[in-house]
Design a protein around this ligand. Structure first.
Ligand SMILES: [Zn+2]
Length: 396
């Protein structure tokens, strides 16, 4: 919600008036100097929406404020030119309304359009979250990152590296929404103060690494040639893309990283297709390049890549992982019921590369159990299991 600075106002005053943590107001207005607010400037108040209300006979600002559990001055701030003693019937005013509900509705076929529209709405209500783009997909879709927190510990989560594992995206988005919601309402999740976590960590989430692939699985082939024809050909003429993991060029993005890439190539298909083809060389695909560049730029303390399925957590790579990885994975296992697994014969994955090049904790979390794409009927159960891991990834 936008308000306008008056003489004598301060972020500290707004924080008290709206009962929103000061840090969130500061972080929502990065272009403003908290110690030198200019009269008339717009300030964003996170966690609120300005809702239209039509004045009825007998209404007063005092009574409207009281019935909505807000201060009269909050009403005055939201309605710049209002005359409190000159309200008239039928007049439209804005009522600052605290957001106490989820915006993200994750239990649906969550394609790229759903992701972008939810991110826009979250960004609007929670402007302390930043949503930079990390690059573009083959078909030119912007790949968004959500950044939240003001702390030094840099944590990264990603989802939908694999197209038919797209349920990982709404699971991550639901967590993002619940985190934001808990911050502005100063509530806890499973007994943890989210504001403390906000101050200690910076969380980077790339909820959909492979947007072209997700849209292919959910909506069918793109209109763009040559991909329209090629994906059907690579899919052996079938229009059922539920087995598709790769990007739109038939390259498996989680076989693209320079960590024993040749070993992975040797045991995998040598042509583009629905899954397991690692490309002509490491990091040939724009989505994989975007992830590699992001990872180099951000200097993450730890990364968790969310996939489906199996209810296992992979935590090792060629014995290059640091000792703390094992303690961490045991906690992830404890809070989710998932089984820690050190390694399988698999290379060139994102977490493999992270462990190899940074010697920091990297994990692949296989959410849920069944045949991909996992059905939405599992969503709530998966979210409950994943939630423990999302939280532990921040507090550990
Ligand atoms: Zn996967």
């Amino acid at each position: 919600m936008d308000i306008y600075v008056r003489r004598g106002d301060s972020f500290w005053y707004y924080s008290n008036l709206f009962n929103i943590p000061l840090q969130l107001i500061i972080d929502s207005n990065r272009d403003l100097d908290p110690n030198a607010l200019t009269v008339g400037r717009t300030v964003k108040i996170p966690g609120y929406a300005a809702v239209d209300y039509r004045i009825r006979a007998g209404d007063t600002l005092w009574q409207i404020a009281r019935s909505r559990n807000i201060q009269v001055d909050a009403l005055l701030l939201a309605n710049r030119n209002i005359n409190p003693n000159g309200l008239y019937i039928g007049q439209m005013i804005k009522v600052p309304t605290r957001i106490t509900w989820r915006i993200v509705q994750g239990k649906k076929n969550y394609d790229y359009g759903s992701l972008m529209s939810d991110l826009r709405r979250l960004e609007n209500v929670y402007p302390f979250m930043q949503v930079p783009s990390i690059g573009n997909s083959v078909l030119g879709k912007r790949i968004p990152e959500a950044l939240i927190g003001s702390g030094n510990k840099k944590v990264h989560y990603n989802g939908s590296f694999h197209a038919n594992e797209w349920i990982t995206t709404p699971v991550l988005m639901t967590f993002l929404n619940d985190y934001l919601l808990a911050l502005t309402n100063q509530s806890s999740i499973r007994g943890l103060s989210m504001l403390n976590l906000y101050k200690l960590t910076t969380l980077s989430i790339v909820p959909m690494v492979n947007p072209d692939g997700v849209d292919l699985v959910l909506n069918g082939p793109p209109e763009e040639e040559p991909w329209n024809e090629r994906v059907v050909e690579w899919n052996r003429g079938s229009m059922d893309f539920s087995g598709w993991k790769a990007n739109i060029r038939g390259v498996d993005l989680n076989d693209q990283f320079p960590a024993e890439w040749e070993k992975e190539k040797a045991r995998n298909p040598s042509q583009p297709g629905p899954r397991d083809y690692g490309g002509e060389k490491p990091l040939s695909e724009p989505e994989a390049i975007a992830m590699a560049e992001l990872t180099r730029r951000r200097d993450f303390s730890r990364v968790l890549a969310f996939h489906t399925q199996g209810e296992v957590i992979y935590w090792g790579f060629e014995n290059l992982e640091p000792p703390e990885s094992e303690a961490m994975v045991n906690e992830f296992g404890r809070v989710s019921g998932y089984q820690p697994v050190k390694t399988i014969e698999s290379y060139a994955g994102y977490k493999d590369w992270f462990i190899q090049d940074w010697r920091r904790p990297g994990f692949t979390v296989e959410l849920g159990f069944g045949i991909n794409p996992l059905p939405l009927s599992q969503f709530d159960e998966i979210y409950e299991e994943a939630l423990g891991i999302f939280l532990a990834g921040l507090y550990l």
